[in-house]
Design a protein around this ligand. Structure first.
Ligand SMILES: CCCCCCCCCC/C=C\CCC/C=C/C(=O)SCCNC(=O)CCNC(=O)[C@H](O)C(C)(C)COP(=O)(O)OP(=O)(O)OC[C@H]1O[C@@H](n2cnc3c(N)ncnc32)[C@H](O)[C@@H]1OP(=O)(O)O
Ligand SMILES: Cc1cc2nc3c(=O)[nH]c(=O)nc-3n(C[C@H](O)[C@H](O)[C@H](O)COP(=O)(O)OP(=O)(O)OC[C@H]3O[C@@H](n4cnc5c(N)ncnc54)[C@H](O)[C@@H]3O)c2cc1C
Length: 632
C-alpha cells in the first residue's frame, strides 16, 4: 500500500536507524538521537539525490521518531502560508537549510482551544517601528510548542495585535528566541522544556515567557494582514486564513493515524498467526489464536481501518491540494469546506486508531504489555493525536457547525458543497436497500444506509436546535443543549466519508487489478461497512436507516465476513510493505519468529547486562543470609 521506498535498504543499513536500543534511552538520549537522525536523513538525501517525497517516506519508515517535527510540519508550512513573498525569500532558505530552527507557538498555559482568548500581545510601537511582545501573566506563557524547550532559535508566535488601544485579533509574528552564536535565550526571553510526557519524549515541548521582547515591524507575517509604518491595520484576507497551518497538520494527522494503525494491525495479526493457545476440540492440536472468531472480532476492525484511512487520506489529499491552490491564489471559497471536513476527519481518524490500537495490544495477551511488542509504545505515541491540532470534541463541533450551514442551504434549495451533497436528497423518501439477508453483501447498499444515518443525524440536531431557539432559548444555551448530538452528527458524517472513500476506491481499483485481489478488497470494505453499523447500531436504528430485521442480517453477515477475511489476513498486512525496522516489534516480525525475537530483546535488557544486580549487595545479600539489615 505504501509507495515502496526504493531507498529503504540504504536507510536501514545505518546503525542509527536500527531501533532496538531506543527502549533503554533516557530523555536526553532520545532527544539527541532524534536530531541526529533527521540530520543524517538530510545527508542521505543529498548523497543519494532523494526527492522531498523520498525524505518524507524515510520519516514515515522511522515512525516519525525523528527531530525537528514541528520545524518541518508547521514552522516551514506556516512561513509558506502566512508570509509575504519578501518574507518567504528571507526566512524559507534559512529554515530549509536548518540555519534557523523553528516552532509554532500558539497554545498557552491557560488556553489552547479558544484562540480568541490568547493573552500574548504584540503591541505596535510607532516610535521605533517595532512590535513589543509580552506574555502578561502566568496563564499567558506559551506552553506545549514542539521543539521550543531546547531546540528552536525562532518561533512563529501567535499573539493579539494591539495598535493604540485597539485589539486586532490573533496574528502571527516571527520572534528570534535564541542567539545564533551560542544558543542562549535572548534578552526578555525565558524558555525551557515542560517535562516528561506519556510518550513522544524525544520532543522538547516547551514553555516561553516574553518580557517586552521587541521585533521589527517586518516580522509580522503579513500575507493576510499587515500594519503600516503609521500604524494602520490592513487586512487582505479573512482572519481565518491565519489558521491555515492547522488545516494542513490536521490532514497530516490522518496519515499519521493510518501509519500507526497499520503497525498495530500488522503486529496483532502476524503474532496471532504464530501464537497457539488451547483448542476447540478436546485433545485436538492447539489452535492459532487468529482462528478464534473472538480474536478476529478484536483485530480485523484495525485491519479494515488501516485500509479505510489509507483511501481517505488519499482522497482528502486531493481535496486539500485543490483548496490550497485556490487559497494561495486569493480565493477562499473552499476554506470552510476543507476546514469542516478536515476538523471532523482528524478527530474521527485519531479516535478510531487510539481505540483500535488498544484492542491490538490486548489481542497480544501478556506479551502485548512488553515494550518489545511495541504496540503499547505506539499507542502512547498516538494518544496525543486526539488532542493536538484541536481537541477532538472541539474539532467535531467545528465539523458539525459546517454541516449545519450545509443543511440550512439544502433546505433553502441552495447549492451545497460536494461532500455534503447527500443533504439535498429527500430524507423521507428513503427505503432501506437491504430487504433480505444477501443484500448485506452489497457495499453500495451499506453506503446508502450510512448516508441516511448521517443525513438523519444532521437533520435531527438541526431541527432540535431550531426548536430550542423557537422555544425561547438563546443561541448559546440552545447550542450547549445539543452539543452531544452535534458531535454524533459530525461522527456520522465522518464515518460516511470513510465508507464512501473505501467503496469508491475499491471500485476504481477493480478496473485495474486482478479479480482475486479485487474480491479480497471488496470483502474487507464490506466488513468495514458491516462492522461500523453494528458498533453504532443504536444510532442506525434511531435514524431508521435500518430496522431490527436488517440489524440481525447485518450482524450475521459481519460474523461471516470474519471467516472470509481470515485466509487473507496475513497477506493484507504484508501488503503494507513495512520493513521490520519500521515496525520494530519482536512480536510482529516478517519471519514469524516471535518467541526468538522476544528472547533476544530480553537478553538485550540493561538489567540483564550483569548477573548479580547492585541491589543484591545493597539489600538482598544480608536479607538472604539472615544478617541484620542496616538502617534503611
Ligand atoms: C516533511 C516531514 C514532516 C515530518 C513530520 C510529519 C508529521 C506531520 C504530522 C504532525 C503531527 C503532529 C504534530 C502535532 C503538533 C501539534 C501542534 C499543535 O497542536 S498547534 C496548536 C493547534 N491548536 C488548535 O488546533 C486550536 C484549536 N482551536 C481552533 O482551531 C479555533 O479556536 C476554533 C476553531 C475552535 C474556534 O475558532 P475561533 O476562536 O476563531 O472561533 P469562531 O467561533 O469565532 O470562528 C469559527 C469560524 O471560523 C472558522 N474556522 C475556524 N478554524 C478555521 C480554519 N482552520 N480554517 C478556516 N476556517 C476556520 C469556522 O469554520 C467558523 O466559521 P463560520 O463561518 O463562522 O462558521
Ligand atoms: C503532544 C502535544 C504537542 C503539542 N504541540 C503544540 C505545538 O507545537 N504548538 C502549539 O501551539 N500547541 C501544541 N499543543 C497544544 C495543543 O494544540 C492543545 O493542547 C490542543 O489544542 C487542546 O487545547 P487545550 O489543551 O487548551 O485543551 P482544552 O481546550 O482546555 O480542553 C479541555 C477539555 O475541554 C473541552 N472543551 C474545550 N473547549 C470546548 C468547547 N468550546 N466546547 C466543548 N468542549 C470544550 C475539551 O473537549 C476537553 O475535553 C500540543 C499538545 C500536545 C499534547
Amino acid at each position: 500500500m505504501q509507495k515502496t521506498f526504493k531507498n529503504e535498504k540504504i536507510l536501514f543499513a545505518e546503525p542509527l536507524f536500527q531501533c532496538d536500543g531506543l527502549a533503554g534511552f533516557t530523555r536526553s538520549e532520545l532527544y539527541e538521537n532524534a536530531i541526529h537522525r533527521t540530520l543524517r536523513i538530510n545527508q542521505l538525501k543529498k548523497e543519494h539525490n532523494w526527492t522531498q517525497e523520498d525524505f518524507d517516506i524515510a520519516i514515515r519508515c522511522l515512525n516519525y521518531e525523528v527531530g525537528f517535527v514541528i520545524h518541518l510540519s508547521m514552522f516551514i508550512p506556516a512561513i509558506e502560508r502566512l508570509a509575504t513573498d519578501d518574507q518567504k525569500a528571507k526566512w524559507l532558505p534559512l529554515a530549509e537549510s536548518y540555519r534557523i530552527l523553528g516552532t509554532y507557538a500558539q497554545t498557552e498555559l491557560g488556553h489552547g482551544t479558544n484562540l480568541m482568548a490568547l493573552e500574548t500581545t504584540a503591541t505596535f510601537d510607532p516610535r521605533t517601528d517595532e512590535f513589543v511582545l509580552r506574555t502578561p501573566q502566568l496563564s499567558s506563557m506559551k506552553w506545549w510548542p514542539g521543539s521550543l524547550g531546547k531546540t528552536a532559535t525562532h518561533a512563529i508566535v501567535l499573539a493579539q495585535l494591539i495598535i493604540g488601544n485597539k485589539n486586532y485579533g490573533m496574528n502571527p509574528f516571527m520572534v528570534q528566541l535564541r542567539s545564533l552564536e551560542d544558543h542562549m535565550p535572548l534578552p526578555g526571553i525565558i524558555v525551557g522544556d515542560i517535562g516528561a510526557k506519556l510518550g513522544a519524549n524525544s520532543n522538547d515541548n516547551g514553555f516561553l515567557i516574553l518580557n517586552d521582547v521587541r521585533i521589527p515591524r517586518e516580522n509580522m507575517l503579513a500575507r493576510n494582514s499587515k500594519v503600516t509604518k503609521d500604524g494602520r491595520y490592513i487586512q487582505t484576507s479573512t482572519n481565518k486564513a491565519n489558521y491555515a497551518t492547522m488545516v494542513l497538520v490536521r490532514l497530516s494527522i490522518i496519515r499519521w493515524a493510518e501509519d500507526t494503525i497499520k503497525n498495530g494491525s500488522l503486529i496483532a495479526i502476524r503474532y496471532s498467526a504464530v501464537r497457539r493457545q488451547s483448542s476447540l476440540q478436546a485433545g485436538g492440536p492447539e489452535m492459532q489464536v487468529l482462528d478464534y472468531q473472538t480474536q478476529q472480532y478484536k483485530i480485523f476492525p484495525s485491519l479494515a481501518a488501516s485500509y479505510a484511512l489509507f483511501f481517505t487520506y488519499e482522497a482528502m489529499m486531493k481535496e486539500y491540494e485543490i483548496a490550497y491552490a485556490q487559497i494561495m491564489r486569493g480565493n477562499n471559497q473552499l476554506l470552510g469546506q476543507i476546514h469542516g471536513q478536515l476538523s471532523g476527519l482528524k478527530a474521527f481518524a485519531s479516535d478510531l486508531v487510539t481505540y483500535e490500537l488498544e484492542m491490538c495490544r490486548r489481542s497480544c495477551g501478556g506479551h502485548g504489555y512488553l515494550k518489545a511488542s511495541v504496540v503499547g509504545e505506539t499507542l502512547l505515541h498516538t494518544l496525543p493525536l486526539v488532542t493536538v491540532e484541536g481537541d477532538n470534541t472541539v474539532m467535531y463541533l467545528q465539523c458539525a457547525r459546517y454541516l449545519l450551514k450545509q443543511i440550512a442551504k439544502a433546505l433553502a434549495g441552495q447549492d451545497v458543497d460536494e461532500p455534503t451533497s447527500y443533504l439535498k436528497k429527500d430524507i423521507l423518501s428513503y427505503t432501506c436497500p437491504v430487504q433480505k439477508g444477501e443484500h448485506c453483501t452489497n457495499p453500495n447498499y451499506l453506503l446508502k444506509i450510512y448516508t441516511q444515518r448521517a443525513h438523519s443525524a444532521i437533520a435531527s440536531v438541526a431541527r432540535q436546535l431550531q426548536f430550542d431557539l423557537e422555544s425561547g432559548k438563546d443561541q448559546s444555551s440552545a447550542f450547549n443543549n445539543n452539543l452531544v448530538s452535534l458531535v454524533q452528527a459530525a461522527k456520522a458524517h465522518c464515518q460516511l466519508c470513510l465508507m464512501k472513500n473505501f467503496v469508491e476506491s475499491v471500485s476504481a481499483l477493480e478496473r485495474t487489478c486482478s479479480e482475486n485481489l479485487a474480491s479480497v478488497l471488496r470483502q474487507l470494505c464490506l466488513y468495514f461497512g458491516l462492522h461500523g453499523i453494528v458498533t453504532a447500531s443504536g444510532e442506525f436504528l434511531e435514524s431508521e436507516a435500518i430496522g431490527l430485521q436488517q440489524l440481525e442480517w447485518i450482524k450475521a453477515e459481519e460474523l461471516k465476513s470474519l471467516a472470509a477475511i481470515r485466509p487473507n489476513a496475513v497477506a493484507l498486512v504484508d501488503a503494507f510493505d513495512l520493513h521490520d525496522q519500521t515496525v520494530m516489534s519482536a512480536l510482529g516480525r516478517y519471519d514469524g519468529n516471535a518467541y526468538q525475537h522476544l528472547f533476544e530483546a530480553a537478553k538485550r535488557e540493561p538489567m540483564n547486562q550483569t548477573q548479580v544486580p547492585p541491589a543484591y549487595y545493597k539489600y538482598l545479600r544480608d536479607l538472604i543470609k539472615g544478617q541484620p539489615l542496616a538502617k534503611l
